[in-house]
Design a protein around this ligand. Sequence first.
Ligand code: ADP
Ligand code: MG
Length: 386
Amino acid sequence: GDDNISEEIEELTNLIPSLSDQYKLLGKIGEGTFSTVYKAIDLQHERYDNNSWEMIYDDAMTGDEVSGRFRRPGRRRRSHMVAIKKIYVTSSPTRIANEIAILNDLRGSRFVAPLVTAMRKDDQVVVVLPYFPNDDFRTFYTNLSIDDTRWYMASLLEALRFSHSRGIMHRDIKPSNFLYDIGRRHGVLVDFGLAEREDDQEAAKHRSRHALQMDSSTAARIFRSFDMRGRPGIPRKDTRPALRANRAGTRGFRAPEVLLKIAKQSVAIDIWSAGVIMLCFLTRRFPFFQSTDDTEALLEIAVLYGRLEMERAAVTLGRTFLTNIPTVKDRGIRFESLVKAYNPEGYPVMPPDAYDLLRKLLALTPETRITAAEALEHPFIKNRPV
Ligand code: ADP
Ligand code: MG
């Protein structure tokens, strides 16, 4: 209840006294796996007069290029609100340092939440971000108009183009990490807690050469682990060594190459997750993929794409896809039929462009998946009305 929250806020301000000099904490706005997020007023900001430089974070509507942390105060009203993210002490120090370093590198886009500051006292770390008003995804995914779907995807793809151009994969693209304001048709990407640099992946690839060589001999381990005689879909105990690959992310949003534990992953994993969000809009179903483990997640995808396409994609990725589960047919389901099936009482007819983009975002293999920059040029996004 409220008492608990005030207690937590007091605890936090006691822990980092300098925090209360600069910010007045108002309440809790989010509670994730790795953090609690509070809303606060930026007191220092309030003291700025018209001639001082001030933080920019609130110029979603101006289209100004953001260059650096400060700029001349604009004529527009500013909210002076910040989000204070208290990272749990149980998070590893490398994880915390990584998030702050990546946020620091990702300044300069109005589609990525810029770091205001970060503070540390002993092992407690807080990250301060501008506060972005946003609508709760669960309240709008069932009734977002086609045009608003275009705008939502446009903001998300802008955020991805920016971070991908810096070689950073977010790794946890999902609605709760993309703060979207329907009224302003603007969204901001947050939560780089799992983000990774592509070149760090290069390094990881060299470190795990042994694991990679092992891949060919253990190629089909994931699908061989299905018990072909027992209940379908229940993996048999597999005692072979696990493949080493980063599989961070959220269930239901992991790309096939993540599920197949491919060691070298790319920014394309984020594009897949963006495709899953678009699929939620079209089918009006969230979360779309439900399974809790990777093997079942691959099966859910296989039901959509069919056995033949899954086999082909797996070969491209150096894996083997084997299944005799009856729900996986040779051929998949067209997205058009899928959307119709989930909307029996009708849906505002989606233009063919929508399906074309969806298919390109959800291409099974990363090499054939559309990039964020390309997707922004796609007619479904490009021709959105102002
Ligand atoms: P976690 O790592 O715990 O998932 P996030 O950074 O995703 O932490 O933040 C958790 C939640 O807090 C978000 O889903 C969102 O609802 C809210 N939140 C985070 N940052 C902001 C912000 N800058 N403005 C408004 N709300 C935010
Ligand atoms: Mg989050």
